[in-house]
Structure formats: structure tokens, C-alpha cells
Write a protein that binds this ligand. Sequence first.
Ligand SMILES: *Cc1c(COP(=O)(O)O)cnc(C)c1O
Length: 359
Amino acid sequence: MPTINFGAGPAKMPEEVMRQAQREFIFYGNTGLSVIEMSHRSSHYENINQNAQDVLRRILKVPDNYKILFLQGGGTGLFAAVAMNLMGRTGSADYIVTGSWSAKAAKEAAKYGKVNLVLPKTSKYTGIPSQETWNLDPNASYVYYCSNETVHGVEFDYIPETNGVPLVADMSSNFLSRGFDVSKFGVIFAGAQKNVGPSGVTLVIVREDLLGEPMKICPIVMDFTIMAQDNSLHNTPPTFNVYFVGLVFQWIEGQGGLAEMEKRATYKSSAVYSVIDGSKGFYSCPVEKESRSKMNIPFRIKTEELEQLFLKEAQTKGMIQLKGHRSVGGIRASLYNAVTTEETQSLVQFMEEFMSAHQ
Ligand SMILES: *Cc1c(COP(=O)(O)O)cnc(C)c1O
């Protein structure tokens, strides 16, 4: 029985990409070497590094005045890096906290300057208060938000208006699930392991005019300015991971690009939400409709006993990693790019059968 991986991350990768990586693993092209054995100073690796950037620039239409960086340290590392690279400009930054990841980012940034919380403090993350209610500071170095809260399933379906203050986005769990206008952003970052590759590489897209003012305490490996100058080759990059995300970018391009990814994400997530909404309370999703994530769908079942049973029966059908994050419980289905519509259909069918059997 094939497994269907609905995990939130590290998550399912496209099978074609993994087969290609497997075929090329021991001997990459005519190099006689594996990617993991080659010098990061070699022309072979330079091509890998450049190719990954070129394809990403193409599929996402990244403008010329933005640098693409491949860093390490994960999403969490970037919480600190963003502050150390940008917050020195005015000493403060605005944080739009809509879930546990943006809350963690705000806490980390507070080590490096003054953090202004744009929204009233809450621990109940079920939606995004309307922009008119936000308390933005025109003097902030940047405005920070998380475009998709992986744990709480809260996703922005618009780009926040910041009136000229640079916008920083953590897109770890919805990066490349759709196209968007990069020119609206100062910095975009994403840990690869949700939607675009293995853990260990973090993608950063940074507008050039924001380079050049890191704090003195900023470690070199987190310094956007130095990493941009050295084309992400200041020290040894996560070479295999950069190679792998390059393959994923090519896969996306070959599938029809970001418009196709968005179409699939809309189709797959609507299928699951419509079972939830049509279940007369058997299933429930706490997130307000306009802020529901197309990538991570958290939901509850009438009783905790039924939730346990659901997870157990799903497992026997090969559907794995459906358990909600430990901080919120319940079920979470993650429908990243690599999860097919057929696989989603299997989940939908199981949800319907489970409901009929236990209503
Ligand atoms: C997973 C995740 C992170 C943290 O990533 P790490 O690589 O584990 O540090 C940050 N932000 C979002 C939105 C995430 O989904």
C-alpha cells in the first residue's frame, strides 16, 4: 500500500524529483562525483548555485534589484537574522502576530531592538484582524508578518499595506504555492523543508537597498550583505540542499509554474474544507473563512476519542502525519505542492466514510 504523506514538514517531495536526485546521486553529470563530494568552489557547484537562482527568478519573476540567498539556520535562524540585518536602521520594528511562528519571531527580534506588536496580544489565532485596526509605526525599520501560519492554518490572501515601510515575510510554509508580486517586499524568507526541499537550506530574497546596514553583532553567516556579495558562497553552503531545491524549482516550472501550483492548491484545499463545512459540526475548523490556509488545514472532530480513532484508521490506509501540532491538538492535513489531487481525494473520501460510520 502506498503511503500518503500529509506531514507539515519536513514534508512530501515530488516523486519525480526524488527519482532524479537518486539517479544522479553517485555520479552527477559527467563529473565522476556526487554533489555531496564536490567542492563548493568548483565550476560544477557554481552552475548548480546559479541554476537554482535562475529558475527561481524565472518562476517567481524576481526583479533584478533583488538578491536570492541560500542560507542555513532554518526559519528560526532567520527570525534573528532579519532583526540583525534590518532593525539597526531605526531601532524598532512592527510585528503582525497571527500565530505561533510570528509570535516566536517577535520574541526573538526583541533581543535586538524594540518590537511593536501591531495587533492586540492573543493566544487564539483564528483569523487576521482587518488592516484598519492595525497599529503601524511609520518609524519602524520594517513590518514583519508570516504569510501562512503552519500550526494554526491562518494564511494571508493579500499583501499587507505598509505605507512605504519595508515589508518582511516568513513564507516558510506557502512559498511557491502561488505567484505574488515580489516588488512589494523588502525581504522574503522560507525554510525549504515545508514546500520546496529538504531541511537545511533557507531561501532569502532581499531588496538590494536594504543591504549594507547589519548590526555589528551580526554573525557573518547571517549577514545578508556579505552573503549577497559572495553569492551565498562566503563559507560552505548546504550544497546538496541547494541542488535539490533547484530540481524542485525546475519541477514547478515543468508542471506549469506557480499559476498551476495555485490552481491545484485551491482545488485540493476546497475539497477538504467543503467536507468540514458540510459535516454539520462533525468536523470543525476554527479559522475564519477568509483567512483559511490552502496549505495546512487544522480541524477537530466531535470528540477526542474520535480524533484518536481517525488517526489510527487513516494510518491503516497509509495516510500518515495527520496529527495536529502538539500545541493545538486535533488533526492537520498539509497539502503542499507535492501532494497530488488524487491523494487529497483519498483523504476526502476517508473523511466522508469516517463521518458516516461515526455520526
Ligand atoms: C517551520 C516553520 C518555521 C521554523 O522553521 P525551522 O527551520 O524549524 O526553524 C518558521 N516559520 C514557519 C512559518 C514555519 O512553518
